[in-house]
Design a protein around this ligand. Sequence first.
Ligand code: S3P
Length: 183
Amino acid sequence: MSNSSLREKNIVFIGFMGAGKTTIGKLVAKKLYRDFIDIDQEIEKEYNMPIPKIFAEIGEKAFREKEKELIQNLCDYKLKIISVGGGAFLQEEIRKVCLTSSIVFYLDITWEAWKTRLSSIIDSRPVLQGKSMAEIEELFYKRKEIYKNNYHSTIEISNQDMDELAESIVKTLKLSWELHETK
Ligand code: S3P
């Protein structure tokens, strides 16, 4: 619904794996009294298995199709807070539908801060498995190029308190809603 008012638009969080999209998304949703949807969790529910198993048994291609289908369907709604997987914005159709229907918030993190999180996320992220640190770093910067060219608002999230970050995101959103309405 590209013609919904700014205040009614969904908020979509994008950024690299393990950047904190789900944590921040949940906190923002709570502060705004809105529903939170994590696309990865929705895909896991559909297949009734965790993501590494989906990649291993059904394949990444099917995962990406399901990811696109769920995001496209959700973007027909309003007022949702959505966290999309770090690979979702590689698909042009997903970028387009999110950028027209929703406010896209890019959670930016530095490589230095991100790499300290690797050990805690690798088991559940098949895309990172079997790669050297140099290959992961290359993927990190390649993805950054996509994120930084496809968002409405961004926040640097390295080494910061998640609740404070969610609070500043809410403030930014409220300010832009007010500015938009008084035009
Ligand atoms: C992926 C990111 C994951 C999940 C899947 C693939 C990616 O989501 O969708 O493992 O290609 O970046 P998070 O970004 O929430 O980790």
